[in-house]
Design a protein around this ligand. Structure first.
Ligand SMILES: C[S@@+](CC[C@H](N)C(=O)[O-])C[C@H]1O[C@@H](n2cnc3c(N)ncnc32)[C@H](O)[C@@H]1O
Length: 253
């Protein structure tokens, strides 16, 4: 009986050891390639504690899959970042893009992420890298935030989500703001730059768009009223309407 119990205990211990090794190994692999050493020390328990305070809003529109470090670097290079820029990463995952922007370019950056655990993980990494004063992570749905203060937006989502976000991006971002998307285009809006980044034997693609002057995207029609307010409304609908429409489309799938 005792031998039987001992064997059970040893088996349980082995399973626990293997599982915890796998967790450590996979998070190390995920972070090891980053230009900055983002390996989280003692992060899991504090991450889980902090995540408890945040809420799961709804299911993510796409699953978490990180951008490789070389592609992050290329996205930031193409964004032509300068002092005063504010970068928003929509669906920021472990926060690698905003963190790299703050660390490498000294600009303010915001990550919007629906998964509270990832928000906590990103906050922990930002603390370890020493950029917490420049980077801010928000546990929010990207369709329900205001992008007014952003001058650069980064995306790694899907073509469908990019297309759904497009009216919001054009409505809320100021002309001259840059939009960078990893691997996904934005419907029929032709990118002004396309760069391939080597990734093993394959490559990743980064697309760049610049938000044009409003009149160049949708010229005012004679029948529309005058003044900025009416022009903005005719451009892509009010934020609320756009957001509601996006939600309806997402629900329809
Ligand atoms: C493919 S990952 C990209 C992560 C990061 N931007 C990167 O490039 O490494 C997409 C992220 O978007 C998040 N996400 C999905 N739907 C979202 C939504 N509606 N609002 C905010 N974040 C969302 C997912 O949880 C996931 O972390």
């Amino acid at each position: 009986m005792k031998n039987h119990l001992d064997a059970k205990f040893i088996l349980l211990w082995l399973v626990l050891m293997v599982t915890s090794r796998n967790v450590t190994a996979s998070s190390t692999v995920r972070h090891a390639q980053m230009t900055i050493d983002l390996t989280a020390k003692n992060s899991s328990s504090s991450t889980q504690r902090a995540a408890g305070k945040k809420r799961q809003l709804r299911k993510p529109d796409v699953i978490y899959y990180p951008t490789p470090p070389e592609t992050v670097a290329e996205m930031l290079r193409m964004a032509n970042l300068k002092k005063g820029d504010v970068l928003y990463d929509l669906g920021s995952g472990d926060g690698r893009i905003p963190i790299a922007a703050a660390k490498e370019y000294g600009i303010r950056a915001v990550g919007i992420e629906i998964d509270p655990k990832l928000v906590s993980e990103a906050e922990e990494i930002a603390r370890q890298v020493g950029v917490s004063q420049l980077v801010h992570f928000r546990n929010e749905d990207m369709f329900h935030i205001n992008l007014r203060e952003a001058t650069v937006v980064t995306l790694y989502l899907s073509e469908k989500l990019n297309v759904l976000l497009r009216p919001k991006l054009l409505n809320e971002l100021r002309p001259g703001s840059r939009i960078l998307s990893h691997d996904f285009r934005m419907g029929d809006w032709k990118p002004e730059q396309t760069v391939r980044v080597p990734w093993g034997k394959l490559y990743r693609t980064v697309y760049l768009w610049t938000v044009p002057q409003r009149s160049r995207v949708m010229p005012r029609r004679r029948t529309e009223g005058s003044g900025l307010k009416s022009r903005r409304r005719s451009f892509a609908g009010s934020s609320q309407t756009t957001s509601n429409r996006i939600q309806r489309q997402l629900l329809r799938g």
